[in-house]
Design a protein around this ligand. Structure first.
Ligand code: AMP
Length: 290
């Protein structure tokens, strides 16, 4: 029998519990855990003696008109999922525990934090990086696991770790999907059956874009956009925020001569629910394309 999962809600309890652990792989989450989170936990076990999961809906990364207050909170089920996955410790602080009243220093994401997700969610990545750095300092993991599902977030965290010399190894994990292609997300539970059908256009657009990679970036953008035009006519419609084909390290749009792996990313709203998804697309050098 594996040991029961421990829960720390304060930094003092966390420090006590951390002292009993060996090397740690941290999986930061906002809870409402699904199979995608579980896949991160399974991967985490490969990198350290013990896995710590943080469950914290971070107010700093939500805009004033976003879904912070209605974000799903399913803590008891999350703890059960962690126990099933052999997690040693769940760190679940309150916002008051994480942020003292007179906070003033935060992490600035820089220019890469202002494009794509950052353009539609101003300040989002400053909030993400600030909480991730605090979690690193509190939990002191050797390794931290993040999903490719949030590709720009993963890229920003890699930049923070490199630029600020943070002594944590960052590992990316593949996106888990429903059998029909919909990327798993805590926000999927907001979707009714018709919303969900429209939501499927995101992964379809990405897959059709990716299928034309042999013809180069313009063809990929065209193929994906065609599907998204159809999605705009669906009932309910997909209201597109962006479709982008970018360099995974910089999140700048790639040109026609780009060779190597790129990220095709999409975001939009179905009703009041905002969905994001992305897939990697590999381009051969232009001279080698069909
Ligand atoms: P969240 O709870 O939404 O903040 O996500 C916590 C972590 O799980 C992040 O690193 C996400 O990228 C990752 N994640 C979310 N959805 C998926 C998915 N469908 N597959 C794999 N990882 C995911």
């Amino acid at each position: 029998m594996s040991e029961a999962v421990r829960i720390a809600e304060t930094r003092e309890r966390l420090a006590e519990e951390r002292a009993a652990l060996g090397t740690v792989a941290l999986v930061p989450t906002m809870g409402a855990l699904h199979e995608g989170h579980r896949s991160l936990i399974r991967l985490a076990h490969q990198y350290a003696d013990d896995v710590v999961v943080s469950v914290f809906v971070n107010p700093l990364q939500f805009g004033p008109d976003e879904d912070f207050s209605r974000y799903p909170r399913t803590f008891d089920a999350d703890v059960r999922a962690c126990a099933e996955e052999g997690v040693r410790l769940v760190f679940a602080p309150s916002p008051e525990e994480m942020y003292t009243g007179n906070r003033q220093v935060t992490v600035s994401a820089g220019p890469m934090g202002d494009v794509l997700e950052g353009e539609f969610r101003p300040g989002h990545f400053d909030g993400v990086l600030t909480v991730v750095l605090k979690l690193f300092n509190l939990v002191r993991p050797q390794v931290a696991i993040f999903g490719q599902k949030d590709a720009q977030q993963l890229a920003m965290i890699r930049r923070m770790v490199a630029d600020l010399d943070v002594p944590v190894r960052v590992v990316g994990a593949p996106t888990m999907r429903e059998p029909d292609g919909l990327a798993l997300s805590s926000r999927n539970r907001y979707l009714g059956p018709e919303d969900r059908r429209t939501g499927l256009y995101l992964s379809r657009a990405l897959a059709e874009g990716r299928a034309t990679a042999a013809q180069g970036p313009s063809a990929v953008r065209r193929a994906a956009r065609r599907v998204l035009e159809e999605a705009a006519e669906a009932r309910p419609p997909l209201r597109l925020d962006y479709l982008a084909l970018v360099d995974p390290a910089t999140f700048a749009e790639i040109g026609e001569d780009y060779a190597g792996e790129a990220v095709l990313a999409v975001a939009g709203k179905v009703g009041t629910t905002r969905l994001i998804d992305n897939m990697s697309v590999t381009f051969l050098p232009r001279t080698a394309r069909g």
